[in-house]
Design a binder for this molecule. Structure first.
Ligand SMILES: NC(=O)c1ccc[n+]([C@@H]2O[C@H](COP(=O)([O-])OP(=O)(O)OC[C@H]3O[C@@H](n4cnc5c(N)ncnc54)[C@H](OP(=O)(O)O)[C@@H]3O)[C@@H](O)[C@H]2O)c1
Length: 236
């Protein structure tokens, strides 16, 4: 199994939720991490709470090309390169298609799909310089199971699954291994629909982080292309 000691990781959406749990797991494995949240405040809070010498961070909106360029320039400057990208930044705006504002549709696609593409593209360009790396996309079971109110979110995650698989085929022979992780309900602040309700039955963010570490620890001969995770006993 490969070691993650001194591996250089960029984690988008690393300020909160699943991304934050992944940042903590990577640091525990000895990796160096650059995280981004969307806002200065959440990014600064995460860095202060982590208080870790190997944790760096900068706010970046992954849907903005200039912000993504700034994020990777910062990662390059702080870490000297990128071996791992975990793209966890994402939003969920749920509305029946006929009632959805066009701006909400665009925002969902721009962040959940185009944002992952923009980050992956620069990560690949950086990884080519050192001969390989890992790219992990946080998709969702919503990328295969449509639900009412999910038109924009489902579209973004179905799209992400297709893009991730194509990217995996594009770059596997350059030793860049692309993995799509598709969790069901995870216990974070992601969905306002679930706030305030009991959530012990949900997947913990740390469980997703453990899966990411397992994927990143595979020997060079093995590429985990897609992982589905779901609560053992789902509740409404
Ligand atoms: N929670 C679930 O049930 C679940 C299930 C399956 C898949 N997922 C997927 O897992 C990923 C993470 O979800 P989560 O539960 O961790 O969500 P979360 O707790 O709401 O955290 C979202 C993270 O994404 C960041 N973010 C949002 N928009 C951004 C943007 N435009 N640019 C950069 N960063 C942005 C947020 O930054 P700020 O802190 O600055 O807001 C925050 O760090 C998402 O892609 C989501 O679709 C979640």
């Amino acid at each position: 199994m490969g070691s993650l000691l001194n591996q250089r990781a960029v984690v988008t959406g690393g300020s909160r939720g699943i991304g934050r749990a992944i940042v903590e797991a990577l640091l525990a494995e000895g990796a160096i991490v650059t995280l981004c949240g969307r806002t200065e405040a959440s990014t600064a809070t995460a860095l202060a709470e982590l208080a870790h010498p190997r944790a760096h961070g900068i706010a970046a909106d992954v849907s903005a090309e200039a912000d993504v360029a700034r994020l990777f320039a910062f990662a390059e400057e702080r870490m000297g390169g990128v071996d791992i990208l975990v793209a966890s930044a994402g939003i969920g705006l749920f509305q029946a298609a006929g009632d959805m504002e066009i701006a909400d549709w665009k925002r969902t696609i721009d962040i959940n799909l185009t944002g992952v593409f923009l980050c992956s593209r620069l990560a690949i360009q950086s990884m080519r310089k050192t001969g390989g790396g890992f790219i992990v996309h946080l998709s969702s079971l919503a990328g295969r199971n449509p639900f009412a109110g999910g038109a924009a979110y489902n579209a973004s995650k179905f799209g992400l699954n297709g893009m991730g698989e194509a990217m995996m085929l594009d770059h596997r022979n350059e030793d860049i291994r692309v993995t799509t992780i598709m969790p069901g309900s995870v216990d974070t602040d992601f969905s306002p629909r679930s706030s305030g309700k009991p959530s012990e039955w949900k997947i913990a963010a740390s469980d997703v982080a453990a899966m990411v570490i397992a994927v990143l620890s595979m020997p060079a001969r093995t590429l985990v292309s897609r992982v589905e995770m779901r609560p053992s006993r789902p509740q409404k």
